[in-house]
Ligand binder design. Sequence first.
Ligand code: ATP
Length: 391
Amino acid sequence: MSIAITLKKVHKNFKIKREDDKSLFGSLRDSLYLKNCYEKIHALKSIDLEVKKGEILGVIGPNGAGKTTFLQIIAGIMRCTKGKVLTKGSILPIIELGSDINPELTGKENIFLSGVVMGLPRRFIKRKYKELVDFSGLKKFINVKTKNYSSGMRMRLAFSILLLSNPDIILIDEVLGVGDIRFQKKCFEKLKKWSNEKKTIVFVSQDMTSIKKFCDKAIFLNKGSIVGYGNSSMVVKKYLMMNVSSEKDLYYEWGSKDIEITSVKLLGSKGEEKDSFKQGEKMIIEIGYDNKNNVKNPMFGIAIHADDMLVWGPNTTSSRALPKSLKKKGTISLVIDNIPFSSGKLFLTVAIHDYSGKELYHRKEKLLFFFVDHGLKKSNFLNLKYNWVFR
Ligand code: ATP
């Protein structure tokens, strides 16, 4: 099956001006336009994705995750800072539905004006006119100026006007939530029909029922990264299972918490916190704990995943690493002198079990991710020490 949309290592950064610093130095810095007047926001980080022709892809994630930026970059409304976006065919972005409806014109005049703006011949618009009006359910109001329409009616007109177009790729941002249930159902039916005609649809929504029902696949964006991809029901489940109480703490976690993971940091060789490493570099994973119920002989473990594949999963029992007595509150660090892997983005899971691994005290799954760069054009995923032996 051919690919309609390809994103290769797409990054999008925004620069925003820092809060006004009213100190003398702040004013001086601002007036001299020094670099750090601006803060960089990483709206999308290293997005790799392929959407097949005819596929319906759902996009979910908390506020500020990068969903709209993702759509706008595919639509070509904005350019990515780094990476490549390839699309095949014409694109219809349905991002601010109704924004081009002229309030001083009637519904009918708006249909004809929009059609002409799309470059369609009047004859074609005339032919499609009845179908559009029937779809909108606005027959009685079609000769009324749209400034007298309710917001739902304007939306219905705007969506119906889209039926004039014949795009290959349709991008939808949250807009179907407006309008009544019956009209929403009609819109979904139309989108499904478009998909059967092999049109590709990318659909951003917070309505998980629609995502599950309507989309073949989904991506879960968080802080600009894809943290879930696959069958839409599974991705929605993952999103709902996660701790979404605050955007900062978005991960699966469970366990009795008799001993609790209180912090997890990724540190470089000088003890500085970071999330990008080079292959061969030193990395320290520092886990803070609180042994609230005085657990004896716990087992600390970590797991590193690339997508859903486990890359490495050491623990203190198999390494016989735990001291005889453990402080009530403290940190334990796993020191990797020489990072052996390189694959772009890797996810870190941390867990504390009893010594045998049977009882779970606390697990935070994929709570952090980090990047490893090999610095070469081509590289193996693993840099293993090995020999060739000839006999
Ligand atoms: P929401 O669900 O709230 O609509 P979203 O997932 O669509 O959020 P985006 O609107 O893509 O998220 O924003 C991602 C990040 O990029 C946010 O931190 C946002 O503040 C920032 N951002 C988006 N557009 C701009 C812009 N034009 N200038 C500066 N920062 C921006």
